[in-house]
Design a binder for this molecule. Structure first.
Ligand code: ADP
Ligand code: MG
Length: 321
């Protein structure tokens, strides 16, 4: 490691950072050491963002860092895990001080909000790529899984479905319903700085029968729950929580079901817990909407307002005929 590489890590990633009592060795050695609480198991996940593939080339350093950590926190949320530590593998075409300062701000704004500590990483030269590995813990055997949904369980979505897809369409200059500039800013913000539902994931432990975070699209991700749980489902078209501008445009909300990047949670709960979920929505100040029910017949269907049922394919397209 060169001196400048060392001072880069020291300046932007190591100095004056959150101390967690469970980190016995942090940045600076050949490996970090952490302590998982007794009776808990370690949960580990990694996600990589490649410039031009997972984010547009012009994305700000702040947003890039924020999103790279947010998508990892979202995986912890989906598992009902308490996020604790992360490592950062950063590949940079050059080391530009202003860019690194922005990146560092975006990263630690979200890290500090969730109390997660950066405990190590790797810094290399090459095409811009950000890879974050996150680690968390949950009481042994009690984390949320994609499997476990039972026939009769209710299906819920947090937040709004399809916001990230609108943000991406705007950035890619694809056609979207007419929007004010404030609305445009909202959707782009939802794409660049998704809200990982960590508190919700933790609260759902012992309540949800299955859970997943929506990264590939609501329908595609719900389909993973259905496959792992060996069940089917029917969604009610009128209850899907979407931005009003999407609801008024049949084509737009159909795309919302298939667009990714929302990082909301999709989860199932036994029907007797419906009241509990309503209370949770209030205490967490997070919209939680029942969008359908788990059924014995495999596959995914959509019930229209007049009660007619149509199949939906895994890409989120509804077959009305
Ligand atoms: P090694 O060559 O032994 O793998 P490095 O020289 O790459 O170690 O890194 C030195 C220390 O700095 C290690 O503790 C490593 O975890 C940390 N580190 C390197 N890059 C980063 C980064 N981007 N963010 C946080 N820590 C980093
Ligand atoms: Mg080493």
């Amino acid at each position: 490691m060169s001196v400048s590489e060392f001072s880069l890590i020291e300046t932007y990633f190591a100095k004056d950072r959150l101390d967690r009592a469970d980190v016995s060795i942090g940045i600076g050695d050949d490996a970090a050491a952490v302590r998982v609480p007794t009776g808990h198991e370690l949960l580990v996940s990694v996600d990589t963002l490649v410039s031009g593939v997972h984010f547009p080339v012009g994305t700000s350093a702040y947003d890039l860092a924020y999103k790279a950590l947010a998508v990892n926190l979202s995986d912890m949320a989906a598992m009902g895990a308490e996020p604790a530590w992360f490592t950062l593998a950063l590949t940079l075409p050059d080391s530009e001080a202003g860019w690194l300062a922005d990146f560092s701000r975006g990263l630690f704004e979200l890290a500090d909000e969730h109390g997660v500590a950066l405990i190590g990483g790797d810094t290399t030269c090459g095409p811009l790529t950000v890879s974050i590995q996150i680690m968390g813990y949950a009481p042994t055997g009690r984390c949320l899984r994609r499997k476990g949904a039972q026939v009769g369980d209710l299906i819920y979505a947090s937040g709004q479905i399809g916001d990230g897809g609108i943000g991406l369409a705007l950035l890619q200059q694809r056609e979207v319903p007419p929007l004010s500039s404030a609305e445009e800013a909202y959707f782009i913000q939802r794409l660049n700085r998704p809200t990982p539902r960590v508190a919700l994931g933790l609260a759902l432990r012992g309540i949800a029968s299955a859970a997943i975070d929506v990264s590939d699209g609501f329908v595609a991700d719900l389909a993973h729950i259905l496959e792992h749980s060996e069940v089917g489902a029917c969604l009610n078209i009128s209850t899907l929580p979407m931005a009003t501008i999407l609801k008024n445009d049949a084509n737009a909300w159909q795309q919302a079901l298939s667009a990714g990047d929302d990082y909301e949670l999709c989860f199932t709960v036994p029907a007797q817990y419906a009241g509990l979920i309503d209370n949770l929505a209030m205490t967490l100040n997070c919209p939680l909407t029942c969008v359908g029910e788990i059924e014995i017949a495999r596959g995914l269907r959509m019930r229209s307002v007049d009660g007619a049922v149509f199949p939906i394919d895994n890409k989120g397209y509804i077959h009305f005929d």
